[in-house]
Design a protein around this ligand. Sequence first.
Ligand SMILES: [Zn+2]
Length: 217
Amino acid sequence: MKECALCQESKPLQNSHILPKNHFRDLMGISKKPHLLYRTNTDNKSTNFVQDGLKTELLCFDCEQRLGRYENSFKRNFFVPFTKRAERIIVYQEWLLKFAVSLSWRLCLYSLSNSHLGDDSYPGMRERLLNAVEVWRLYLLDRQDNPGKYEQHIFPLQIPKTYTVREHRHLTESISFWIHVNDDQYLVYSRIQTIAIVGLIELPNSSKWRSSRISTN
Ligand SMILES: [Zn+2]
């Protein structure tokens, strides 16, 4: 029997969604052709379109439930008030950080198992990602109080007034993610419609990013 990626126990695994399944389900409802974009190459030139919400055997039932609770809290307490009711002051608790970490953790794991993400261009990249993945895993299991230097940041995106209908739809009806690597920067970027979440793995001068940082609260 395979191991669960989160608790690392040998249990039957669920066919887990890499990206939040309730958001993907919603997109299926509002768009004839919802799309999820995944950039496989670190040079950001190659993009895959994925139609099924990206599923893989990853978590046991208990861990799936655990991450599902954070996902539901994010959707109910942040995503819906912000995007549907235009609320601009959102009080959050630790579920926001747990959700953001769970997203970055899953995307990093997925990318690490993807053959395109090698060490060819950036020596040590795999090791950096693995270190972050392990810290995030321990935090998700409540074995660590916070994710340490592997912070999470959240950016609500404004849709520029100059956007065409097509560009507007592209932003509001899609989910995208990629690992951004650029010399000394290593970031896990995910965007759920108009909310972007960035997990920091390496970022010089990250103290400049204070206002977007999600705290443990
Ligand atoms: Zn588990």
